[in-house]
Design a binder for this molecule. Structure first.
Ligand code: KG4
Ligand code: ZN
Length: 355
């Protein structure tokens, strides 16, 4: 099976073609993947501007689809389906991608799949590693921070989530406070690499509490107070030390929450993990190392997609579409794009996935 995927829910315009056996054994292959980041367009504003994003998607999506098809060496007639992100995300951009996908599907008489962006992140490890269900997922991105048991395609049970900021959002805000620029995550990681994480005493919100919820706004506020306290005296070294202190605090919180979730998962599923980390923040090397320790302590493996498949891309959308199509699911062309669309409200395809 070969599926075209389109992603336009935030600030990357992306198109990809993936392939897998109809039988569903093993992972898949990426035949083509094109990602155009709109960083330069949003940088002057220090964040994503929805209207600019929607216009940029409109300007580039057709070309990216054509490039992906050419790179895969395929005509549209060779596809088994067309998948596009239909939410959650910035609605103007989502509409551009979803309409493009529907139009291609209609013209070439192919099934259309309306993909939930978060399901794209959640299933990426099945594309890259052929991982079997069930697994524990820590989904950490710019808009989301949650722990879920993934039991099948469309079958997600939420263990906990953030009470305020998403972890990627915290990275972006801290980068802004420290004047490290946009996008924040990679900038904080680079600065932290040479900093002293112990110099500033920053809180570890929720650490040691029962349950699997997160909170990052207090940590962000603590960084702001430290920045204000230093004032003019903050030099490059202090900036690096604050970045390192912040990242170390995030790592400890994620370790604590993931450790609790691993215990709950083991009790419910009768097996240790595996723990999967996905979403843009999973590109962070220090966080991956910290989570690998936590997983190992619980006797579980840590599985993480390569960094370029952690941040937004269309291969994950094509893959989620393929998984749904091979279970017999497709969506009508009047499917409405959704700005908000929680993973645990997703439909389960006709057949129940088993491994
Ligand atoms: O999954 P993603 O590309 O888009 C969303 O669906 O939100 O995630 C983007 C988020 C941003 O907040 C970005 O700062 C963060 O992921 N991020 C990182 C790193 N790379 C991207 N955070 C920490 N360390 C990184 N290396
Ligand atoms: Zn994402």
């Amino acid at each position: 099976m070969k599926v075209l995927g389109i992603e336009t829910s935030c600030d990357e315009t992306a198109a990809a073609v993936v392939e897998a056996d109809a039988a569903g054994a093993g992972g898949g292959r990426i035949l083509a993947s094109r990602v155009l980041s709109q960083l330069d367009e949003h940088r002057p504003f220090g964040g994503v501007v929805p209207e600019i994003a929607a216009r940029a998607h409109l300007d580039h999506v057709d070309r990216l689809v054509a490039e992906a098809m050419a790179q895969a060496g395929l005509g549209f007639e060779a596809l088994d389906g067309v998948a596009a992100t239909a939410g959650p995300g910035l609605i103007g951009g989502v509409l551009v991608g979803a309409m493009t996908g529907k139009a291609i599907a209609a013209v070439h008489d192919k099934p259309f799949v309306a993909v939930n962006h978060l399901e794209g992140h959640a299933l990426t490890v099945r594309l890259t590693d052929g991982l079997a269900f069930p697994y524990l997922l820590l989904l950490v991105s710019g808009g989301h921070c949650q722990l879920l048991a993934v039991e099948g395609v469309g079958r997600y049970r939420r263990y906990g989530g953030t009470l305020d900021d998403a972890v990627g959002e915290a990275f972006d805000k801290v980068a802004k406070l420290l004047g490290l620029g946009y996008p924040g995550g990679p900038a904080v990681e680079r600065a932290a690499a040479e900093g002293d994480p112990a110099r500033f005493a920053l809180p570890r919100p929720m650490k040691g509490r029962p349950g699997c919820d997160f909170s990052f706004s207090g940590l962000k506020t603590a960084v702001r107070h430290a920045v204000e306290g230093l004032g003019e005296t903050r030099d490059a070294a202090a900036t690096r030390d604050l970045a390192a202190g912040f990242q170390a605090a995030v790592a400890e919180v994620l370790q604590d929450r993931a450790g609790r979730a691993l215990a709950r998962f083991a009790a419910e599923q009768g097996r240790a993990g595996p723990l999967v980390v996905a979403g843009g923040v999973a590109a962070n090397q220090q966080l991956r190392t910290a989570l690998a320790e936590t997983a190992a302590a619980a006797g579980a493996a840590l599985v993480a997609p390569p960094p370029r498949l952690c941040t937004d891309n269309a291969a994950m959308i094509a893959w989620a579409g393929l998984e749904r199509l091979r279970l017999g699911a497709a969506d009508p062309l009047d499917f409405r794009a959704r700005p908000r669309w929680p993973l645990d409200e997703l439909g389960v395809p006709g057949l129940v996935a088993a491994g």
